[in-house]
Every structure is written in structure tokens, then in C-alpha cells.
Design a protein around this ligand. Structure first.
Ligand SMILES: [Zn+2]
Length: 82
């Protein structure tokens, strides 16, 4: 009765002719090329540090500041509070 009608409806919901898979446009050569491309272009995880100013870390400012501090530290030596 009503049940039968429902089942038919859900089946109708799925479009039979789905676009987006143009298999006829892909030749065997393309598939071969795709294999080569995927082999030559593996994904890489790159850890990227970003500075607070938006540049890649260390940005020129940070490099300069580090240099200054390094020079300063060697100049005054370790703290001679002891
Ligand atoms: Zn910066």
C-alpha cells in the first residue's frame, strides 16, 4: 500500500544520469600520464613557521634582532653576578 509507494520514491531521488565522470574523454595515454604525474608529485608536508608580523619566520627583523643579541651576549659575556 503506502509502503510500496515510499520505496519507489526514494529510488527516484537518485539521478540516474550523473554528470561529472567523463570517462570517454580520458584516453589510455592520459591514464599513463596521470600515473607518472602522481609518482613525480608526491605530497609533502612542509612545516612552515610564520612570524607574528606575517612574514616567514624568521623574518629579516628577527634575524637582525637575533644577531644583535648574539653579539651582545658574547660582548658582555655571561652574567657575572656570582
Ligand atoms: Zn617578524
Amino acid at each position: 500500500m503506502g509502503r510500496d509507494d515510499r520505496a519507489r520514491r526514494t529510488g527516484d531521488d537518485q539521478p540516474s544520469g550523473r554528470p561529472g565522470r567523463p570517462e570517454s574523454l580520458v584516453s589510455a595515454q592520459d591514464v599513463e600520464d596521470a600515473d607518472d604525474i602522481l609518482f613525480a608529485h608526491p605530497p609533502r608536508v612542509v612545516t612552515r613557521w610564520l612570524c607574528g608580523c606575517g612574514e616567514d619566520y624568521p623574518c629579516p627583523d628577527v634575524r637582525f634582532a637575533r644577531l644583535v643579541r648574539a653579539v651582545h651576549a658574547t660582548d658582555t659575556g655571561v652574567d657575572d653576578s656570582r
